[in-house]
Design a protein around this ligand. Structure first.
Ligand code: GTP
Length: 375
């Protein structure tokens, strides 16, 4: 089976971390998001995947090359080099346009899968595609039930699992159901006839409503886990979810040095060559990237620490995301949805809280407690 993985978005809601790497390469439980997606596709007998890339496309090619997890990889870039002088708004093709661009790489003989690359799920892809084939629809959308559908595209289903209509980000009262578009599609090659060429197209807003009107759009409700990564709180949630669902209770990399009387609270994952000082507490729900050093009497909880970072003695990190090669000073406190960009330094004793974000290479010398970006 063939799959297209949409991986070309800017990831604006996860800036400044996405200023230096595409979102799909962010580690979740210490493994890049896209690796989780490719692993699942491989388990569901996908042999060939097209990565629809755009923003920082070279980072994908460098990391994955021509094959990953047993899947043969191809790259389809939204716009070519010639277009690089265009304004940013005209530089990408959107979800539908990038699928159309990949048309020549897809077999016309059978349906194929499309997924948003920023999704983590244990859906049974093979069963989904079989249901799609049986339905005779041009497109099928995987649907997931959530408690609060107001951030998503919500669908109204007929009794035959046809999708009658979409409501984008409705208020709780207006939502026709709590069943949302999970960002995973099974498409028949006829879909290419519906997508205009060489312009930005949103498959959700332009193509699916048309197919719904024609009665050619099917829904497939699945159980199991599902989350997307849009905002920092989603990213932390996804980390917790995978630590619970996919990682054995406590996973320590090789050459991890734990000094005496430290404590690892499960679930937790710690990368290769990490050192943890004495009387330090790590976890629960924490992922620490390789080559990171944590000092004495520090506490790190419900957080993601990228590789090669230094967390000094007495530092306190809770509910935060700390980028690569960051230095967190002695007794510094970072909590409550804060994001620290790569190579930044948080000086000794500085406290950051309530969603503060710090730009790469910034040296922070003062406390901050409003949702601002320190540049
Ligand atoms: P935000 O900028 O924070 O909204 O994040 P995003 O860029 O990831 O956008 P969104 O979450 O809506 O995207 C859903 C999925 O589609 C992600 O996997 C994106 O990488 C991908 N995607 C979004 N827009 C494009 C595009 O124009 N081209 C390609 N190739 N992929 C896209």
């Amino acid at each position: 089976m063939n799959a297209i993985v949409l991986a070309g978005g800017l990831g604006t809601r996860l800036r400044p971390l996405s200023c230096t790497r595409p979102k799909m390469l962010f580690p979740v439980a210490n493994i890049p998001l896209l690796d989780w997606a490719l692993r699942k596709l491989a388990k569901n007998k996908v042999e060939r995947a097209i990565l629809a890339v755009n923003y920082m496309a070279d980072a994908f090619i460098k990391r994955y090359g021509e094959e990953a997890h047993g899947i043969e990889l191809f790259y389809s870039k939204d716009l070519d080099r010639v277009a690089e002088r265009l304004p940013r708004s005209e530089k990408s093709l959107g979800t539908g346009g990038s699928i159309k661009k990949a048309e020549k790489l897809i077999s016309r003989k059978e349906p194929f899968l499309v997924l948003n690359g920023d999704i983590l799920t244990n859906i049974n892809y093979a069963e989904f595609v079989n249901q799609h084939k049986a339905s005779g629809a041009i497109a099928s959308i995987a649907l997931h039930e959530v408690n609060d559908p107001s951030r998503y595209g919500v669908v109204e289903l007929t009794d035959k699992d046809r999708i009658a209509r979409f409501v984008e980000k409705p208020s709780r009262e207006e939502a026709p159901s709590n069943v949302i578009n999970a960002g995973i599609y099974a498409l028949s090659p006829k879909i290419f006839d519906y997508i205009p060429k060489a312009r930005s197209v949103s498959i959700e807003h332009e193509i699916f409503p048309k197919l719904a009107e024609e009665g050619k759009l099917h829904g497939y409700i699945f159980q199991g886990y599902w989350t997307d990564i849009g905002e920092p709180s989603d990213y932390l949630k996804a980390n917790r979810l995978l630590l619970d669902m996919e990682i054995e209770k406590e996973k320590l990399g090789e050459n991890v040095t734990l000094r005496i009387e430290g404590e690892i609270r499960k679930p937790c994952v710690i990368g290769e060559n990490v050192t943890v000082g004495s009387k330090t507490i790590i976890g629960p729900y924490t992922a620490i990237g390789e080559e990171t050093s944590v000092g004495n009497r520090a506490l790190i909880e419900d957080s993601i620490i990228f590789p090669n970072t230094t967390i000094s003695d007495y530092a306190f990190v809770r509910g935060a995301i700390i980028g690569e090669s960051v230095i967190v000073g002695r007794g510094a406190k970072i909590e409550d949805g804060c994001i620290v960009g790569d190579n930044a330094t948080i000086q000794d004793g500085v406290a950051l809280t309530r969603g503060v974000s710090v730009c790469p290479f910034k040296n922070v010398t003062q406390n901050a407690s409003t949702a601002e970006c320190l540049m």
